[in-house]
Each structure stands twice: as structure tokens, then as C-alpha cells.
Design a binder for this molecule. Structure first.
Ligand SMILES: NC(=O)c1ccc[n+]([C@@H]2O[C@H](COP(=O)([O-])OP(=O)(O)OC[C@H]3O[C@@H](n4cnc5c(N)ncnc54)[C@H](O)[C@@H]3O)[C@@H](O)[C@H]2O)c1
Length: 254
């Protein structure tokens, strides 16, 4: 197992991608701290983590204010005595015509998707720096860190910002032995996406037409990429985006 003795914090673990990441990191040997702003997600993911034989702890808290971000990381450290891996997975999206996006919607998306990542990462880096230990930061971005999407402007700028944050930190944190990378999913089969597509076979067909591998991704596809970037096999990789999209991004962008 690649991650024996490591402790990972996964933010915003949900039903699909986040749960798969938490379970996969545990299967690789890590103990896992899980955070979500919604309390209901805890029991299911903890069952999956503990079934691997590893320890798991669930913290409830919304990211996006400095105080909450620092507190969440501090509680994560308290849980198992340290953190080695941070997976910034929490995010939300608002689909709306640009001219209708409200200030509250803009703030909610940018606060959770970018400011929360910034300050949770800052707290994590301070912890590693104080203890003179290396670490791994993996952000779950999106093909929309690169690909424009009408009616998703707030989400797109949050993911584009995440790409630049990752690249900047990769350089700044390399002397501390901390690597920083993004995993950029395309269309992954998760409950919200599923329900939208299952309601509309035409939408699904149109989407699949853009995906060269001609099927949706699974949460496990994203989790595998995260586990690789968290592992010693990726020790020499920093400042990279690993795209997990069946070819969608460059097919659309090309
Ligand atoms: N599903 C896809 O097709 C897809 C595609 C591209 C990128 N992604 C990215 O993958 C990740 C997971 O996507 P998903 O579809 O599983 O989403 P999801 O909505 O199921 O999971 C996100 C979870 O984060 C939590 N969350 C949101 N904001 C939070 C905050 N500020 N603090 C704490 N918790 C918060 C939510 O409660 C939710 O459970 C996200 O970063 C998303 O942008 C997903």
C-alpha cells in the first residue's frame, strides 16, 4: 500500500467523487479526515473508510471563511495527530445566464470554491512548515479550469483561479517539499449529474458525442488519479493538471 502511515483530509466529501476519493485513499493505507458542510454525509463515507481497516473521522463545517478554514484544518490535525495530504474537493456550482447571476450567488461560489481552498491550504502548509514535513496538495478542479462554459461563469472563474493558485503554489512550496497538483474531471457519473441526464436522453446523447471514449467517467476514475498524485510515485510531479475526462476537453477545445 502506497499511503501507509499517512493522514489525508478530504474537504466537501459528498455522495459521489468525494466518497470514492476517501475510500480509495483509505484502501491505499491512509487514515482519512472528511469534512462536509452538511452533516448527513458522514455515516456513509465513514462506513466505507472503516471497512478498509483504516481510521476515519467526519467533521462538519463549511469552508470559505478564514476562521472556519483554519478551524477545520486544526480539528483535522487533532483527529490523528497530523496531516500529510490535503484534497481540496469541496465545490458548488450555480448555473445561470451571466446577466442574472446575483452578488450572493457569485460570493457563494467564489467563497467556497476558491477562498476556502486558499485558506484551508494555508493552514495545512503552516502545519507542515512548523513540523518540517513534506506533503501533497491535490485540488479537484474541472475541465472548466481550461474550457469556457456559457451559463457557468462563476464556476469557471473559480476553477480557472484554482489552476493559477496550483501553479503559483507549486513553485512557492517546492522548497518545503510540498507538491501541488490539480485533478480536472470531465463529466463524471454522480447523483446530481445522473438525475439531470437520465431525465433527458437527448442531453446525454449530445454530451457523449463530445466524449471520444464515449462514456461518462466514474467517481473511481477521479479517485485513482488522486491516489496516484498522493503517492510516492508522484513525488517528482508538481504544478500539473491531470485531466480525467475521456478526451472531452481537447475534443471540445480543438
Ligand atoms: N461531477 C462531475 O461531473 C464533475 C465535473 C467536473 C468537476 N467536478 C468537481 O468534482 C468535485 C465533486 O463534484 P461532485 O459532482 O461530486 O459534487 P457534489 O456536489 O456531489 O460534492 C461536493 C460536496 O461539497 C460540499 N461542499 C460544497 N461547498 C462546500 C463548502 N464551502 N464547505 C464544505 N463543503 C462544501 C457539498 O455539500 C457536497 O457534498 C467538485 O470539486 C466538482 O467541481 C465534478
Amino acid at each position: 500500500m502506497n499511503l501507509e502511515g499517512k493522514v489525508a483530509l478530504v474537504t466537501g466529501e459528498g455522495m459521489g467523487v468525494g466518497e470514492a476519493i476517501a475510500e480509495r485513499l483509505a484502501r491505499e493505507g491512509a487514515d482519512v479526515v472528511i469534512d462536509n458542510r452538511a452533516r448527513g454525509y458522514g455515516p456513509g463515507v465513514l462506513r466505507r473508510v472503516r471497512a478498509t481497516g483504516r481510521r476515519g473521522v467526519f467533521l462538519q463545517g463549511a469552508l470559505g471563511t478564514v476562521g472556519d478554514d483554519f478551524r477545520m484544518v486544526a480539528h483535522g490535525i487533532e483527529a490523528f495527530g497530523k496531516l500529510d495530504i490535503l484534497v481540496n474537493h469541496a465545490a458548488m456550482e450555480k448555473q445561470a445566464d451571466f446577466w442574472n447571476v446575483s452578488e450572493a450567488e457569485y460570493d457563494a461560489v467564489l467563497r467556497g470554491n476558491l477562498k476556502g481552498v486558499f485558506f484551508a491550504t494555508q493552514a495545512f502548509v503552516r502545519h507542515l512548515r512548523e513540523n518540517k514535513r513534506p506533503g501533497k496538495i491535490i485540488n479537484i478542479s474541472s475541465v472548466h479550469e481550461e474550457l469556457p462554459a456559457p451559463r457557468f461563469s462563476a464556476c469557471c472563474i473559480s476553477k480557472g483561479g484554482l489552476r493559477m493558485l496550483m501553479r503559483s503554489l507549486a513553485i512557492e512550496l517546492a522548497p518545503l517539499g510540498i507538491t501541488v497538483n490539480n485533478v480536472a474531471p470531465g463529466a463524471i457519473e454522480t447523483p446530481p449529474l445522473n438525475s439531470r441526464l437520465l431525465d433527458s436522453p437527448d442531453l446525454l446523447r449530445a454530451l457523449l458525442d463530445h466524449i471520444p471514449l464515449n462514456h461518462l467517467g466514474e467517481p473511481a476514475d477521479v479517485a485513482g488519479a488522486v491516489a496516484f498524485l498522493a503517492s510516492p510515485d508522484a513525488d517528482y510531479i508538481t504544478g500539473a493538471t491531470l485531466i480525467v475526462d475521456g478526451g472531452l476537453l481537447w475534443n471540445r477545445a480543438g
